[in-house]
Design a protein around this ligand. Structure first.
Ligand SMILES: [Mg+2]
Length: 175
């Protein structure tokens, strides 16, 4: 039987860097940012000008991606999808070279059923799976399969894609 294939993004889809940004800027700079403030914006847009450079510094640090919280219900839903589909994790991780080891170790911790053969760390996402789940519409530009835009604060105002707000909604659509 030929299974359909799915490419699943990491950040803001199965892993939560925004929660970590909120914690870091609270701890290190005393700001109490909330998700509501991000409505339609990138986290970096909330920062005062003198701190905007610090965001990339945090992301480029070894360890930044190692302890992110999983997005709610991602583990359970992807474990079920894994039985029915060929599931690939596709992350534009090469932008942050120190993230590679952290991301693979994080996947081993939280998604141990995903084999190394199904992990794709890349730059541009040139993939030909049947379905893609991603929070960034730029990754849909050259993708011809079914596109599921996973809701993240920065994309809430976009209307041109099929949207999934939660992993429970992904389960309803695909399982
Ligand atoms: Mg993402």
């Amino acid at each position: 039987m030929n299974k359909l294939s799915i490419a699943i993004d990491m950040d803001e889809v199965i892993a939560d860097p925004i929660d970590k940004f909120i914690t870091l800027y609270q701890q290190d700079h005393g700001y109490n940012y909330t998700l509501d403030q991000m409505h339609g914006k990138e986290f970096g847009e909330l920062l005062p000008a003198e701190l905007t450079h610090t965001l990339r510094e945090y992301i480029n640090r070894k360890g930044f991606f190692r302890d992110l919280k999983p997005i709610p219900d991602a583990q359970e839903t992807i474990a079920e999808l894994h039985k029915k589909y060929d599931v690939y994790i596709v992350s534009a991780a090469t932008e942050f070279p120190l993230s590679l080891e952290d991301k693979q170790a994080w996947l081993a911790d939280h998604f141990p059923f995903i084999s190394w053969t199904n992990i794709m760390f890349c730059g541009h996402k040139i993939v030909n799976t049947d379905i893609m789940i991603d929070d960034r519409t730029k990754n849909f530009a050259k993708f011809s399969g079914r596109k599921l835009l996973f809701t993240s604060p920065h994309n809430v105002t976009l209307t041109e894609y099929e949207r999934v707000n939660t992993w429970k909604e992904v389960a309803e659509k695909l399982l």
